[in-house]
Design a protein around this ligand. Structure first.
Ligand code: UTP
Length: 467
């Protein structure tokens, strides 16, 4: 696109202020700004601004809604599905996929979130936690499991350096592929204009975890998977060290044609309480979808069944399996909706020619969410799992879903493992384990795999146990 074309397309979508900004710049900075502008989604920008920035997506009324169908396998079914899943893994058909492009603003950690020290005794960073699981799974099922990691423009180079500095956590370099996700401009919430973060630079932010579909495609990862015979993507977030990165039972369920169309499957945990701020899997008409807590009418959120259990309690923990074919289809159909988030966006004010740091949300960021792909699935499988075994995210600096709550969850889980093997474990009055306990997946992926010689005689209050 030449300069004149960029100019006329910016005008056509009402972004004349970028041209005004250009007037004040020297030729080199002007062409840098125009080059950045040319990479905006100019074809759809006007429509995005009108439909999502200025008024927000039309709220779909919550009609024809019922609880999602959830699978809770008994022991016999679990064994059957696990055997099926193990065969799929052994056949080299599964890849691990971490989404790590988020900004992690709530935690406030200086680097990429995957570099955060997350384990109770040795302080292993989140990336190492997953790398060890991938190595253990590769050994257990005798196949090198490919690991794809989505970064963002903001943290890509820091993430690559971290992997290089840590010698790729002992994984063969060729087993790991990193790629950045797409970016979207930030908008002025008042007039919908694209915001500038500097006189010669547009303010941009990552396009949400739903951007992973386009990024998997753009990076060549989807194509590579097809070449390698990988048909299943095990998707998890970077902030949950309890994610079971390669879970044979879940994979078995997803690949059982009697129970799933093999397009997309998800894990859920029962909500802690009706007000817990997680999205909920629901049926809407013929389709399954996640309704965000903020969109769920109070009456549905608190509705209970005859046993007193919340009717809508299938909490989304952001662990999914995606078929490679399905991911290609979602990319081609390009139908994931945009969600609007009001944020404080530091920006450059053209009128005053000065930098502003807003006290209140002045901007709109647009993001896509991966769970919206569920509504494109004909028969998704939703698997109920135990929160204490699979979900302890690090989101906030303190309180719920913080490093402290995650540490306690790990201590409680591994305390349970040791207790199940006959070790006496000291707990407080609420049943929480008092010691710090850490078990590497390279030592044991399940409590049954713990070697007798690794078991401590007992676990006291101040012990630090590393297995
Ligand atoms: P969160 O929704 O918790 O967002 O992301 P965040 O950016 O990490 O943290 P806050 O909200 O700024 O505090 C959930 C998961 O999705 C990934 C994150 O890296 C995390 O693994 N994610 C989120 C992306 O990969 N890209 C995005 O654009 C957004």
């Amino acid at each position: 696109m030449d300069t004149e074309q960029i100019r006329s397309r910016l005008k056509a979508c009402g972004q004349d202020h970028i041209l005004e900004a250009c007037e004040k710049l020297d030729p080199a900075r002007r062409s840098a700004l125009l080059e950045q502008a040319s990479r905006l989604p100019l074809d759809s920008l006007r429509e995005l601004i009108d439909s999502f920035v200025l008024k927000g997506a039309a709220d779909e009324p919550c009609t024809a809604i019922s609880p999602a169908v959830v699978t809770m396998p008994d022991a016999a079914l679990a064994a059957e599905l696990t055997a099926r899943g193990e065969q799929v893994i052994r056949d080299g058909r599964v890849a691990a996929f971490t989404v790590a492009g988020g900004q992690g603003t709530r935690l406030g950690w200086g680097g990429p979130k995957g570099t955060y020290p997350a384990t109770p005794v040795s302080g292993k960073p989140l990336f190492r936690v997953f790398a060890e699981q991938i190595e253990a799974a590769s050994i257990a099922w005798d196949t090198p499991i490919r690991w794809y990691i989505m970064t963002s423009e903001a943290n890509d180079s820091a993430t690559r350096s971290f992997f290089a500095d840590n010698n790729w956590f002992g994984l063969p370099r060729t087993q790991v592929m990193l790629f950045p996700q797409g970016m979207m401009p930030c908008f002025d919430r008042g007039n919908g204009n694209v915001l500038l973060e500097a006189p010669d630079r547009i303010a941009m932010s990552p396009d949400g975890h739903g951007g992973s579909i386009a990024a998997l495609h753009a990076s060549g990862a989807l194509e590579e998977m097809s070449v390698l015979g990988i048909d299943t993507i095990s998707y998890f977030q970077v902030d949950n060290p309890l994610s079971s990165v390669i879970d044979p039972l879940f994979i078995g369920l997803h690949s059982d044609p009697d129970r799933s169309s093999g397009e997309m499957s998800s894990k859920m945990v029962p909500k802690r309480e009706s007000a817990e701020k997680v999205g909920v899997f629901c049926r809407v008409g013929e389709r399954t979808q996640v309704i965000e807590y903020s969109d769920m009418p109070e009456s549905l959120m608190t509705e209970v069944d005859d046993d007193g259990r919340l009717r809508y309690d299938a909490g989304n923990i952001a662990i999914h399996l995606l078929g490679v074919e399905f991911a290609n289809r979602v990319f081609e159909e390009n139908e994931l909706p945009w969600h609007r988030a009001l944020k404080k966006v530091p920006c450059f004010d053209l009128e005053t020619q000065s930098q502003t740091t807003p006290e209140f949300p002045n901007g709109v960021k647009l993001e896509r969410f991966i769970f919206d792909a569920l509504s494109l699935v004909s028969r998704p499988a939703i698997l109920e799992v135990d929160r204490s075994m699979e979900f302890a995210p690090i989101k906030n600096a303190t309180g719920q879903d913080s490093p402290e709550s995650c540490r306690q969850a790990q201590n409680d889980l591994y305390g349970d493992w040791l207790a199940s093997r006959g070790v006496d474990v000291t707990r407080d009055g609420n049943g929480h384990v008092l010691a710090d306990i850490e078990i590497s997946p390279l030592s044991a992926m399940t409590s049954e795999q713990l070697q007798p010689e690794d078991l401590p005689a007992a676990v006291g209050s101040d012990d630090r146990i590393l297995i």
